[in-house]
Design a protein around this ligand. Sequence first.
Ligand code: HEM
Length: 416
Amino acid sequence: APEADQATLRVQLPDELKVRQCPFDPPQALARMHARAPVNQVTLGTGEKMWVVTGIDEARFVMSDPRFSADRFNRRNALISVPEEMREKLFDARAMAGQFVAMDPPQHTRLRKLVVGQFTLRRMRALVPRITEIVEDHLDAMEAAGTSADLVRAFALPVPSLVICELLGVPYEARADFQRRTSTLIRMDTPVKEVLRVREEMREFMRELVDAKRAQPDDGLISGLIHGDHAGELTDDELVGIANLLLAAGHETTANMIALGAFALLEHPDQLELLRGNSEIADRAVEELLRYVSILHMGPFRVATDDVEVGGVRVPAGDTVMISTPETNRDPAHWEDPTTFDLTRERNPHVAFGYGIHQCLGQQLARAELSVALPALVRRFPHLRLACRPDEVPMRDDMFIYGVHSLPVAWDAPQA
Ligand code: HEM
């Protein structure tokens, strides 16, 4: 393991499995691996072995078989190479409280149920009209500001940030801080010391907010967890952990889908025109975008708790398994022409939101945001175009959540 003061969470994955040759396609080495077998063993930079799943049936199996644990922190995870004393700090019980994405039943079941109970009909019904307003406001601001913008800063990041703030009851003025902290945590080479510091800041921020809501309830989801039907069932550490998980998962993922989705549309003008002209295909288009530009760069991860046969191999207890969502979503056994971006696909059983008990809890929210934001963007700016060469767009090969760091776009001024 590296020296404590330089340790990072850097994924010791060979570059050929990490670096993409085309901004939208998974690294080519994954397709070569998949041609050999749906589950392959790879050797990490540390010399440790790990399993990579590229077949969709095998991916679903791993994500739904209880012998694969999502509790990747208490067990040994081959991908996290840090000194032992840091591992203890990194995964200490208070810091992990509420992080149910990394828990197994029955702990996971209990927390997920409480959160799902807050996605009430009333909250969900109000969502699409409010998302539409937020999207239109941001498009108005872009138009008023000129004929070019960085789409990430002007649209893709603020829209889901504001939506999740309103849903949770987090003040939007805090966005610069929470956006910066989230992006620090999902950068692969952030030093562990920095991870610990930023995580403490996030807990501090959320603890104050939870205290404030305890004293003065509002309509948001955090207040609902504190004061609703299940009041008193969560500890403060759990409330803080859940709220931070939702805040991070709620803005960063969708922001990258909007921006990378827009880039994919700009690079496939026939598909962009199709979306612009046919509002009835918006839902199908969103599923194809989720499949074609899967933003989970690597993972989900699981650890085998028993010896398990999958895809013709035997994964021994204790081994780490990485599902490659992008490659899995191109499994030729399930899609015709999987490398083609086709917004009209009818059957599209992708796993961009995962599968099984951890399947994305925010997927309806994410779908609502994408199906409003992308059609509205291409309709507002009929001559929307990339304002740099496609190979100049800075891609997020260095983040756990893939996408673009920025996306310079331009459009024509409206005719006077
Ligand atoms: C879980 C993807 C948006 C909240 C997951 C998982 C995936 C995923 C793949 C499964 C992780 C695993 O099995 O280990 C995405 C994508 C999104 C998105 C691609 C955007 C397009 C959101 C939003 C929220 C959210 C907007 C906000 C509420 C969560 C939570 C979990 C989760 C809380 C953990 C669920 C559990 O462990 O039971 N997401 N997500 N996600 N997502 Fe999302």
